[in-house]
Design a protein around this ligand. Structure first.
Ligand code: G6P
Length: 492
């Protein structure tokens, strides 16, 4: 990143790096965004000349956007560096359809294979309406903002993120044919047949939109391969022999895979915080002999209910562990305006209660379920687990599997779904599970608890060394190099 001055970049994502609220005294407070993507992109802000375009989501965001005249304004990142933020205040009804009907219950569900196809999806009038009057409208709003920023900063590269924005690149490309556009998809890309759950016009628009970029990036070779297959099958793109590009509409699009990562030093520093030390004391006071940990958003893709069932099966098979082991589930409540997510959270509570009723007693609660967003508690638990369970149905990557081993002090063992993107990198230092196989997961929990000390040490050190070598700085450098290469490819 050094040596060529600050690059002009327009980062575009639905959720932005800062949001605004009023505190009890009525003062405006800025909340710095959390979550993998925002944290990952933070270093871009300090090294490059960044304008970030995001949705104005809450009321105070909308007030800030209005005060800025719907233009960009200067904002300060946590490390003090300055960037421009432009909040797009969409029509609230359109935004609701975009987020609560299309982006999450449709695209997120589709891309994580979450439907039981006998029941869902119903492509009904509501969905068609939400697609046209929600998803397309919001993408148009983003595209207009990008075009206006490009006029301000000619030559800037545009870096779109995720499934909220599939239509925007085509709209920008039509308006500014020479723009340099990249798009990173942070979630899985399913196989072509599953895309056929959507009507032809929708799935075409999604592929056509993404292929309007110069570069399309994924976390893994697996998702990249699926994208190339669906681009060929659904919109007739020609896949390059090296399977790292596609020809479409007279242009060459680079299609890459780079797994995102974390900043290990930052985690080590964050874990020094007093709140983490206090949370550790609380955990230590209640700590069983062995601790199995999971940390997730309450999302059906995370497979939390099956994780509890598998743990129940393990307890059934291993009475000698009763009273000695606890599964601590630290769950961040997610997307609770969407019925499927509300139901899933209920199913989580019920599954945990079932295990506790069946096996618990004498002061022992086998599943310790904590549903709240509590980062210090998460960092404290990272330090103390013996087994970390990541059994996602499907997951674009899963950063927990990279973060937790950095801080762990007990040579904890990773039990890892073969459908989590991170499996491509970490499988040799983990026990692999099929996320649907309860028997296999129960066995894996047992094996992980019994793994000899030397192997446990070797595995966690393997993970740490890998994450240090492939940290977030490497991912960012790869993205910027891809944008340069993508431009060169498109010109050929
Ligand atoms: C997860 C995914 C991201 C996605 C984000 C949206 O963190 O890994 O790829 O962008 O969810 O979350 P939100 O809370 O905005 O719905």
């Amino acid at each position: 990143m050094a040596g060529r001055g600050r690059r002009k970049l327009i980062v575009v994502s639905n959720r932005g790096p800062a949001s605004y609220e009023r505190d009890e005294a009525g003062e405006r407070v800025t909340r710095r965004g959390s979550g993998g993507l925002i944290t990952a992109l933070r270093s871009l802000v300090s090294h490059e000349d960044v304008t970030w375009i995001a949705s104005a989501i809450g009321d105070e965001d909308r007030a800030v956007a209005a005060e800025a005249g719907d233009e960009g304004f200067e904002e300060r990142a946590e490390d003090g560096s300055l960037y421009r933020l432009r909040l797009v205040a969409h029509d609230p009804r359109s935004y609701d359809r975009f987020y609560n009907t299309v982006a999450n219950p449709t695209l997120w569900f589709l891309q994580h294979y979450l439907w039981a196809l006998g029941d869902a999806p119903d492509v009904d009038e509501l969905l068609i309406e939400a697609w046209e009057g929600g998803y397309a409208v919001i993408n148009r709003g983003f595209a207009d903002a990008v075009v206006s920023e490009l006029d301000r900063m000619p030559g800037a590269a545009v870096f779109f993120h995720d499934y909220h924005l599939y239509l925007a690149p085509r709209l920008v490309r039509d308006a500014r044919p020479d723009a340099r556009l990249g798009h990173f998809v942070h979630i899985p890309w399913p196989q072509p047949d599953y895309w056929r759950t959507l009507p032809d016009a929708m799935r075409r628009a999604i592929h056509d939109g993404l292929l309007a970029n110069d570069v399309v990036g994924f976390h893994t070779r697996r998702w990249r391969g699926n994208f190339l297959d669906s681009a060929a099958e659904l919109v007739g793109a020609t896949v390059g022999a090296a399977r790292d590009s596609a020809e479409y509409a007279g242009r060459r699009v680079l299609v890459t895979s780079h797994p995102i990562s974390v900043d290990p030093g930052e985690f080590e520093e964050l874990a020094q915080d007093d709140a983490v030390v206090a949370a550790e004391r609380e955990l230590a006071a209640r700590r069983p002999e062995r601790l199995v940990l999971r940390v997730d958003r309450t999302d059906p893709s995370k497979n939390i209910v099956r994780g509890f069932r598998a743990f129940g099966l393990f307890l059934e098979q291993h009475p000698e562990m009763h009273g000695r082991v606890v599964m601590l589930a630290l769950l961040d409540p997610s997307r609770q305006d969407i019925a499927e997510y509300v139901q899933y959270l209920e199913a989580i509570r019920a599954a945990a209660a079932q295990v506790n009723e069946r096996f618990g007693g004498n002061g022992w609660l086998p599943v310790d379920l904590r549903i709240r967003d509590d980062f210090p508690q998460t960092l404290a638990a990272y330090r103390h687990y013996d087994v970390l369970l990541v059994n996602a149905v499907y997951d674009g990557l899963n950063l927990i599997a990279k973060e937790a081993p950095i801080l762990n002090e007990r040579d904890g063992v990773l039990v890892l779904s073969e459908n989590a993107g991170v499996h491509e990198e970490l499988s040799r230092w983990a026990i692999t599970v099929n996320p649907f196989d309860l028997v296999g997961q129960a066995r894996a929990i047992h094996e992980a608890l019994e793994l000899p000390a030397a192997e446990r040490r070797e595995w966690i050190e393997g993970i740490r060394a890998h994450v240090r070598r492939h940290d977030i700085g490497v991912w960012i450098a790869d993205q910027l190099a891809d944008l340069d290469a993508g431009e060169a490819a498109a010109e050929r």
